[in-house]
Design a binder for this molecule. Sequence first.
Ligand code: HSE
Length: 420
Amino acid sequence: MIKVGILGVGTVGTSVARILIENSDIIEARAGKKIVPILGAVKNIDKKRDIDIALTDNPYDIINNDDIDIVVELMGGVEEPYILVKKALQNGKAVVTANKALLAYHRYELQEIAKDTPLLYEASVAGGIPIIGALRNGLSANHIESIKGIMNGTCNYMLTKMIKEGVRYDDVLKEAQELGYAEADPTFDVGGFDAAHKLLILGSIAYGIDAKPEDIVIDGIENITQTDVEFAQEFGYEIKLLGIAKKVDSGVEMRVHATLIPASSMIAKVDGVMNAVSVVGDSVGETMFYGPGAGGDATASAVIADIVDIVRGNSGPMLGYKKGLESGLKLLPKDEISSQYYLKIKVKDKPGVLASVASTMGEYGISIESMLQKPSRYKDRVRLLFTTHLCKEKKMLKAIKALRGLESVDDNITMIRIEK
Ligand code: HSE
C-alpha cells in the first residue's frame, strides 16, 4: 500500500483525498497498488471540511513521517512550500505539486535537489489537461516550434462573460471567485501572473529556458473594456489572455498578454473556464489540448495521475530532459519581441490630427495595416483604431510615448498585441 500525505486540504486537496477514496478501484488497477491518503496538513484544524481524513496543523508531521511515501503539496505560496518540498525530497519522499508559483521561481533548484527522487507537477499547468505529460513524453521526438494557449480559467471565464453577456468586470470576477476558479489573490489571475507561472514551466520543458516572471512580458486583462471587445470584433478578432512561447530566428519569445486572435481560430472558440493549448512540433505539426483549467476535481485528476505514474515507477526526469536541450536557445529580452498591434487612441476632432498620428507612427517605422475612426462620448473627441503590421515591441513603445506627447492626443492609449 502507498501512503499519501497532503499539504493543504483546500478545494483541490479535498478533491484529491475524495477521488483517491471514491475511485480507488480504477486507481489501484492502473497503479498496481492501493493508494491511500492518510494525513492532511492544514493551517486551521478546526475548520469544517467535506472529507474524512486525519488532520494536523504541523506540516512536518507529514514531511518527517516514515509511513508516508508520497507528499502532495497544494498549499500555494512560494517560499514556505519550497522549504517543505525540499525537506520532503531530502527525506527521500516522492513529491507531487500543483504549485505553479513555486515552480516558476524554484524549478531548477528543485530539479537539482530531487535528482532521481520523483517530483511531478502535471496539475500546475492548465488544471486537468495533461499538457506537461504531452510535452515531457508524448512530444519528446519534436523540436517545439511554438506553444500558445489559454492558461488561466478565471480570465477566460471573465472575458467570455464580458464578450457574450456584457457582464461587468467586477461582477464577473466575484462570480469566478465564488466558483473556486480564482487564486487566493485574484490579481494573480487578472494581472496575468498565474498564466506566466504556467508558461515559464512549459518554456523549461520545451526549450530549457531558465527564466523568472520578471524576465518576460506580463500584461493582464485589467484594462480591457467592453469597447475594446466590440472594436476587436469589428476587425474580426476575439480577445483572449494568451501565454505564448515561440522559437524565432534570434531566440525564444515568451509572453503573457491580452491578445487579439482571429475570431475563426480554434482558440477563439474556447469559452468559460476551459483552457486550450496549441503546441506545434517539427515532426508532429500542430496539436491542440483542451479541457478544464481550474476547479477542484479537474485539478485533482492531474495530481492523481502523477501519483499513479510515481507508483508505477514511471516518473522520468523532472523537466523532461537528461542533458541540456537545444544549445544556444536564449530568451529574447522583453522589448525585442515582435508583434502586430491594435491601438486605440483618443484624439481631438480637428483637421490634421489623423495625419500627425499616422506620421508619428511612420517616423518610428510602424506600418499601419488597417484603421477605423469612431465617435467618442465627448463631442470634440474621436477614437482612432489601428491595427499594425509586424514590428518590434521596442519601436511600438517608443511610438506610443511620442504619440502621448502630441498636443491633440489623450494620454490614455490602449495597446493590445495581435497573434494570427
Ligand atoms: N486560478 C487558476 C485559473 C486556477 O483560473 O486558471 C488554476 O491554475
